[in-house]
Design a protein around this ligand. Sequence first.
Ligand code: ADP
Ligand code: MG
Length: 305
Amino acid sequence: MNEFGLIARHFRPLAGPGGLDLLDDAALLAPPPGRELVLTVDAMVEGVHYLPDDPPDLVARKLLRVNLSDLAAKGAQPLGYLLTVSAPRGTGEDWFAAFAAGLAADQAAFGIALLGGDTTSTPGPFSLSLTAIGHVAPGRMIRRAGARPGDGVWVTGTIGDGALGLRAIRGELPDPDGALADRYRLPQPRLGVARADWVRAAMDVSDGLVQDLGHLCRAGGVGAAIEAGLVPLSPAACAAGLAWRETCLTGGDDYELLLAVAPENAARLPPGLTRIGTFVAGDEVRVVDEAGRRLTFERGGWSHF
Ligand code: ADP
Ligand code: MG
């Protein structure tokens, strides 16, 4: 087993048209005619973004999906991706086979193909990085900036499952049917939901709803007022109870979308979105409970440093 054999056996079958069978120094990508490219990269480090015993196929799918979530937030359609794998010396071929099988499954599910990458060894834990390339109509990438006072604050899906899933895997809360752990290990990128036709600003929620909403507000020069009681929770998160509410609102790993939608466009939104509040003048993110009392959090979300 050497580097080139690994690439040929496990990554070459994933290569798309621009990938030149992974036999050249670089990929050659013809952008779809008349479209702009949207590029994003996200890294995942073993022990930081996933747990050492997480199955390699799920790690691969999460790596692809967290990037697809960024493309989804920008209203982009997936096109291709580049992949860097730094694996501890001595990593078995079975790891690469499982990792590539996970990618193959999600490539088919999401219509994206591998363009190239790099494979190295590392003295540390696994370090993975994926660059996703998508495309949008010219001028139609949805930005973080753009929310206006009076726009609704909307989210896709349910919030908090990923953060609770991590804690469930660690044994800190029950997760009888594994629903929370599943959401942590396998996010669902919300492709196709955010469209410039009805969304003024958007981002994906990866580091905690409250903190990420702060980013959206800062980019737009606005504040926001949201009601904790309106934040959509899954049945499993409801079952966890109020004691876990702060974790849901600030924990991260949601990979849902946070959207600013003008009131007149609310009726055009696809199903599966929930309005949790309103963008307001100012620069503050206010979270209130069902009784209108202000909730404050030690931290609004995750930060690596
Ligand atoms: P370089 O000499 O530039 O480092 P490599 O020998 O690393 O090139 O890569 C050879 C080919 O294999 C290139 O086309 C590269 O894009 C591809 N490749 C290497 N590792 C990966 C990977 N993890 N995923 C996809 N393609 C890869
Ligand atoms: Mg290389």
